[in-house]
Design a protein around this ligand. Sequence first.
Ligand SMILES: C[S@@+](CC[C@H](N)C(=O)[O-])C[C@H]1O[C@@H](n2cnc3c(N)ncnc32)[C@H](O)[C@@H]1O
Length: 303
Amino acid sequence: MAELEKYHWLHGIDEYLTRTNHIHSSKYQTIQKAVQYGEPWPIRDMVLQLIKDGNNESSEEFTNIILAHHLTELELTNEQVLRFIIRYVDDGFLLDTYAWIQKYENRADLNDHFSRGQIKSKLWMMEELRNVVSGNSLGTVVLYGGWYATISHFFFKFFTPTRLYSIDSDETTVDVADSFNTRQAANDWQFKAFAHDVNDISYNSEGKFTLPTDTKMGTTQISVKPTVIVNTSCEHMNDDWFHNLPDGQFVALQTNDYFSNEQHINCVKDVNEALDKYKFSEVYFSGELQTHLYKRFMIIGIK
Ligand SMILES: C[S@@+](CC[C@H](N)C(=O)[O-])C[C@H]1O[C@@H](n2cnc3c(N)ncnc32)[C@H](O)[C@@H]1O
C-alpha cells in the first residue's frame, strides 16, 4: 500500500474498539496489522481465516486487501477495506459507517471523521459526561456546528437521548448527517439535522427556541428546550452562540489550539483561556487532551 496515510482512519476505529472494550477488538488489530503494516503473522492468520470461510465471491477481493501493503499497485477504496472489516467485526457504528460511505463516498472522508484524534476526543466527552450525568437519560441533546453528526452514534450508545438535533450553517451537511443517523431519523425523528447559523438562535423566557423548518419533517414548527447543548466546533465560530444561551443552560463544549488550520477562527491556547472566554456559572469538568496534531480543551458545566 503506497499511501499509508490514506487509511489512517483505521487508527480511529482501533481507538473506538479498544476504548469501548469491543469483543472483536483483537481480531480488528490483527486485520489492521496485516492491511496497514503488512506484518507477516497477522497476514498468515487472516489468510487462514479466509481458507476457513471457504471460496466465495469476495475471496479474491479479501485476499487483495489482506496483502494490500505488499501489492502496492492495487488501489483499494475505503469502502472495500471497511467491507472486509465488518465481515469480522460485528458493530453497529461500523455498519452504519459502511452504509454511509456507500452513499456518500465523495463527501464522507473517513480520514477526517475517524482519525484517532477525532474518535478519542468524542469518546473523551462521553466518558466525562458519564461522570457528570446521573443515569442514562439525557433528554434533548442539541449539537451546535454538528457537521455530519457522527458523534450522535456515541450519544445513542452511551446514553438514551429522547431527541438529538444537529444544527449546522452549511446546508449541504443536512442530508449527510441524516443519512449517518438513518435508524434514529426513521424512529419518529429521534435524530434530525437542520441548516442554521447557531449564532442567530435566540431563546424565549422559558429557555426554548424554535427549530428551523425542514421539508422532510413537514412544516410544523418545533419548539425545544435543550437538556444539553454540545458544541465541538467552537474554534470555527465566534462566541455569540454561547452569549445567547439562557443562564442555567447545561453545556458541553470542545475547542482547541490548532491555530494553523485556516478554517479555525477562534482557537484558544489553553483550557484557562477557554474558561475565561466561555463564562460558566458552574464547571463540572474542564481539561485538556493531547492529540496527534493539537490539544483539545473541554468544558462541561452550567452557563
Ligand atoms: C468542519 S466541522 C469541525 C468539527 C469539529 N472540530 C469536531 O471535531 O466536531 C465545523 C462545523 O462547524 C460549522 N459551523 C461553523 N460556523 C457555524 C455557525 N455559526 N453555525 C452553525 N454551524 C457552524 C461548519 O459548517 C462545520 O460543519
